[in-house]
Design a binder for this molecule. Structure first.
Ligand code: GDP
Ligand code: MG
Length: 436
């Protein structure tokens, strides 16, 4: 697979003393072959390798890093870029409910995803209604109803109506009645793209005007996914893509091609048949999965580039003289963010890849950041001056609770007393994150 092929390539590059034009050439050819074998679109591969070549030649190899590692980093960064940089979230409409319509071929995983998404939104406090828009197979309605019961999410279905547009309109009335904040429309698929299917989806689109049309694609179909996405996009102007069955023996090709050819972001990936087997799409995570780099050295490398020497020195000084304040804390958090998601950082440490859901920890980090940013400079320097009324303002300003503010302050205090113990000696590079 792609991952082990890359490992081989990088072993080869590691063997050379220097990143010369000739060994880049060999490594690039291998990268190209691997990507083509992973069923990545030819044009995408060509552009990609050209970019990596340009970047690699003329790059100074960082001190303490060997040329192979430097090369890995370039390939890594370019792959992340290819996948769309940062992940893109769902939009939330101003009117209620926000309507999300699913589209895709039969068996792609639409119905399963409807329930996964519904459950994901429900966990965020949303009230969801799922509408059974697959009217051709009686089993399809039943499938959605069973999933609805399992997840305790409302389902709207009409057993004897074959008019999908009508069902969706009635579903919308139901959503208003129930006070649903999201309405997810599950639709029928076909084995292949056909006119009638497209027409039907387009009719629904025109009538109910979904905020999001998500194309659900089976990641295992490789390059076909690109053509599929293009066809759907032409008619429906989709807003994003969901790649399902990413847990299987996917070749990664679909993910790598879709974004650059169709220009629409991948928003979620399905990683199993269970309701919780859903992940927000994080390019860095997917790349490290594709590259399979469980490599402490590249963590060090990333760390070196993100936190420059100067910063580290001044930080050390501050800790030694006990002048470390919330501004410095904020800076450290932002440095951690520069390294990528927590998930991608942990992936680099052997054995830590399987750590599970990191979303709560990342959410907590965002919260802390927002809280500090809502404080005045004075307050960041001397958090002790914060009175109850200010804490309330800060909580309101950062969209958090006073208890969150208090928790942060308490953890910061604990950290400072820890630092007191360290002062004089070496400092730890990162503060421990609160919560998590
Ligand atoms: P639909 O025809 O597009 O509605 O597809 P379904 O939701 O009925 O799913 C088709 C099959 O794919 C079912 O057996 C699902 O359990 C399975 N499936 C859906 N998503 C995933 C996934 O992310 N991983 C795996 N392994 N199976 C999935
Ligand atoms: Mg279905």
């Amino acid at each position: 697979n792609l991952s082990s092929r890359f490992q081989e390539i990088f072993k080869k590059v590691r063997g050379h003393g220097k990143l010369s034009e000739s060994n880049i050439k060999e490594a690039l050819r291998e990268v190209k072959m691997s990507l083509l074998e992973a069923d990545v679109n030819y044009k995408v591969v060509k552009d990609f390798t050209a970019k990596v070549r340009d970047k690699a030649i003329g790059t100074d190899v960082l001190q303490g890093i060997n040329p192979g590692q430097q090369f890995i980093k370039i390939v890594n960064d370019e792959l992340v870029e290819l996948l769309g940089g940062t992940n893109s979230r769902l939009t939330k409409g101003v009117r209620k409910p926000t309507i999300i319509m699913l589209a895709g071929l039969q068996g792609a995983g639409k119905t399963t995803f409807a329930a996964k998404l519904g459950n994901y939104l429900k966990k965020q406090g949303e009230k969801v209604l799922m509408v059974a828009g697959d009217v051709y197979r009686p089993a399809a309605i039943k499938q959605l109803q069973v999933l609805g019961e399992q997840t305790k999410i409302d389902v709207y279905a009409e057993e004897d109506n074959k008019n999908v547009v009508e069902i969706c309109e009635h579903g919308l009335e139901k959503a208003h009645e129930l006070g649903s904040t999201y309405m997810i429309i599950d639709t029928a698929g076909r084995l292949h793209i056909d006119e009638q299917l497209m027409q039907e989806l387009d009719d629904v689109r025109k009538k109910v005007r979904p905020q999001e049309i998500l194309l659900v694609v089976d990641a295992m179909i490789g390059q076909d996914a690109v053509n599929l996405a293009e066809s759907f996009n032409k008619v429906l102007s989709i807003d994003g893509i969901v790649l399902t069955k990413f847990d299987g023996d996917t070749r990664g090709g679909a993910a790598l091609s879709i974004k650059s050819v169709v220009g629409k972001p991948i928003k979620f990936i399905g990683v199993g048949e269970k309701i919780d087997d859903l992940e927000l799409f994080h390019p860095e995570r997917v790349v490290s999965r594709i590259l399979g780099m469980g490599d402490v050295v590249s963590l060090v490398e990333k760390a070196q580039s993100a936190i420059d020497e100067e910063d580290a020195k001044s930080l050390e000084e501050k800790i030694r003289t006990q002048k470390f304040d919330l501004n410095d804390f904020l800076k450290q958090l932002q440095n951690i963010k520069k390294l990528g998601s927590l998930g991608s950082i942990l992936k680099l440490i052997p054995g830590m890849g399987q750590i599970g859901d990191l979303a709560p920890a990342e959410k907590e980090m965002k919260k802390v950041e927002a809280i500090i940013q809502s404080m005045t400079q004075e307050e960041r320097k001397k958090p002790d001056i914060l009175k109850a009324s200010r804490k309330q303002r800060i909580a309101a300003g950062s969209g958090t609770q006073v208890s969150d503010v208090n928790r942060l302050l308490k953890q910061f205090d604990q950290m400072k007393s820890m630092m007191k113990m360290f002062s004089g000696g070496k400092m730890p590079s990162f503060p421990s994150f609160p919560g998590g």
